[in-house]
Design a binder for this molecule. Sequence first.
Ligand SMILES: NC(=O)c1ccc[n+]([C@@H]2O[C@H](COP(=O)([O-])OP(=O)(O)OC[C@H]3O[C@@H](n4cnc5c(N)ncnc54)[C@H](OP(=O)(O)O)[C@@H]3O)[C@@H](O)[C@H]2O)c1
Length: 237
Amino acid sequence: MNIPNKIAIVTGASSGLGAAISNALVAEGATVFGLARNNDSLKELQKKLGSKFIPVQLDISESKAVNKWIAETFSEEKSPDVLVNNAGVGSFGKIDEMPSEQWYNMINTNLNGMYCITSEVVKLMKAKKDNTHIVNIGSILGITARAEGAAYCTTKYGINGFSEALFKELRTDNIKVTCLNPGSIDTNFFASSGINSHGNMLQAKDIASTLLHILNTPDNMLISEMTIRPLNPKAPE
Ligand SMILES: NC(=O)c1ccc[n+]([C@@H]2O[C@H](COP(=O)([O-])OP(=O)(O)OC[C@H]3O[C@@H](n4cnc5c(N)ncnc54)[C@H](OP(=O)(O)O)[C@@H]3O)[C@@H](O)[C@H]2O)c1
């Protein structure tokens, strides 16, 4: 895909990996609709990235609001070429101790939210002649599990299954589907889980440039799944 002048949707654009992906896409000449709940952070990012970054305050788990935004924003003449399903939440805890709201929040955001926006965007992508691309951000915890991560791992294993099935379903519609599974990234993601992020974790800007590479592959070449890990995962002394 030739990224300049393409239209992208990036969910979870207000921080971390989503902000870095938005930055990389805008730098390549794409227009990015950046979705998240925190409007102030989105507006801050727009100050940095300029008018090609369009902040959209939206909770992706609210299906009616997502459907309304898609219907009001896009048409056959103006529709997304790229969807990056990046928004995600994670909390960790013992299955008999973790509050059930955390389970439902992870399922509603990481799985139901992703389904909700993807099912609407695919309708628009199917009408396009050129290749389009959906990139789902999974996790290393979508291919191997950890203790006290049952809920988060359920969602990330789910994203891997969703991506593989969609890839097989949509390849004949010229829609590429990729599942990108990073290991620990140095973002605010860990703030709520009591884990300190550090400089030996993966850097969001490096994952973003890998994502651009995945989008830039020739039309008939698809990277359907990619796992990325830090070589040395230990915090610097
Ligand atoms: N950090 C890691 O080590 C790591 C490793 C592997 C995979 N991942 C995955 O990478 C993705 C990005 O995480 P990150 O590390 O960049 O963490 P982050 O900084 O906490 O970013 C998460 C983003 O998701 C958004 N979000 C959460 N719930 C949402 C909702 N209901 N509707 C819309 N947006 C929502 C947040 O924005 P608002 O709060 O403003 O809504 C935020 O922009 C996630 O899917 C995560 O699971 C992270």
